[in-house]
Write a protein that binds this ligand. Structure first.
Ligand SMILES: Nc1ncnc2c1ncn2[C@@H]1O[C@H](COP(=O)(O)OP(=O)(O)OP(=O)(O)O)[C@@H](O)[C@H]1O
Ligand SMILES: [Mg+2]
Length: 283
């Protein structure tokens, strides 16, 4: 694959139900990058990964996989895996068969598909239910099977739509650890989520701007150490781009600003020079 972003979209706009859901979005996702996609319900968190995975044609703009337009080479979809918000399980098949079918469709041999399915279901703590029809599983168990199916494919890009929404705290940690582990091995990970703790473990947060329009805030790579603090004011969100609402600088660097170095009496301040000397400040 050509160097550069693994997955990108250029001037992407999506419409649904006669409304624009995503407008003029340009994004680049690098290899092994972990990106959280956040925004209120109905903001397009499902629409965006579905479009990036090539399952929904955009109204305008392009999705590029390794620099190649996805609409020109649909076979590039093989490198992308999507965990659906509604799981997308084949309800009459067992949990193991659901994973195996995806692997067989991706060209794996039957034995290899069975072995990979068993290993991945074990890692997602659903091995006990491997032989159960998925319609007999709980919502959380089905969701872990859906995650297992995507993970087993070892895709270049894994797009997961709220993959921890149905999980208790223990299983949420299991799912998240497994997803982040594939990113460590080179898979680009995009997680649509409402969960700030999930976003906290990603490298970048791409967030829907809550003002008018359908703009998305691209997010910036956050320094991991020293732990950054918001630039100003409690609860103020930081951002690398120039959304009208988030125009403040991103993170406090720790270095004193030019303002704090100035002394009263310096050019531009109103203090007389003698006050300076009285206080023993050096010029
Ligand atoms: N098939 C469709 N027909 C009409 N409108 C649709 C369709 N799919 C999505 N929409 C609309 O697109 C908007 C974005 O939907 P989407 O499912 O992407 O939101 P979301 O951010 O994933 O929400 P949630 O957090 O609730 O999952 C919604 O307002 C929804 O009504
Ligand atoms: Mg959704």
């Amino acid at each position: 694959m050509a160097p550069g972003p693994v997955l990108a979209c250029r001037a992407l706009s999506c419409r649904a139900g006669g409304r624009t859901i995503i407008e003029d979005l340009t994004l680049e996702l690098d290899r092994a990058e972990r990106v959280a996609l956040m925004g209120p319900s109905g903001s397009g968190k499902t629409t965006l990964p579905t479009t990036l995975a090539g399952l929904l044609p955009p109204a305008s703009g392009r999705v590029l996989v390794g620099g190649v337009p996805l609409d020109e080479q649909p076979e590039l979809r093989a490198g992308l895996a999507l965990v659906f918000q509604s799981y997308g399980m084949l309800s009459l098949l067992t949990a193991a068969e659901n994973v195996e079918v995806a692997l067989r469709a991706a060209g794996r041999a039957p034995r290899e598909a069975m072995r990979l399915a068993a290993v991945t279901l074990e890692r997602l703590r659903v091995a006990r239910f491997a032989d159960h029809p998925v319609e007999e599983l709980s919502g959380g168990q089905q969701q872990r099977v859906a995650v297992a199916r995507a993970l087993a494919l070892r895709p270049r890009v894994l797009l997961a739509d709220e993959p921890t929404a149905e999980q208790d705290a223990t299983h949420r940690a299991v799912v998240l650890d497994e997803l982040l582990a594939v990113a460590d091995e080179g898979t680009t990970l995009v997680i649509a989520t409402h969960d700030p703790e999930v976003a906290e473990r990603c490298d970048r947060v791409i967030e829907r701007w809550s003002g008018r329009g359908c703009r998305w805030c691209h997010g910036g790579r956050r320094p991991t150490w020293p732990r950054p603090t918001p630039a100003r004011g409690r609860g103020r969100r930081s951002c690398c781009c120039w959304c009208p609402r988030w125009r403040q600088p991103r993170w406090r660097s720790g270095a004193p600003s030019w303002r704090s170095k100035r002394r009263p009496g310096d050019a531009g301040t109103s203090w007389p020079r003698w006050r300076h000397q009285e206080r023993g400040w050096r010029r």
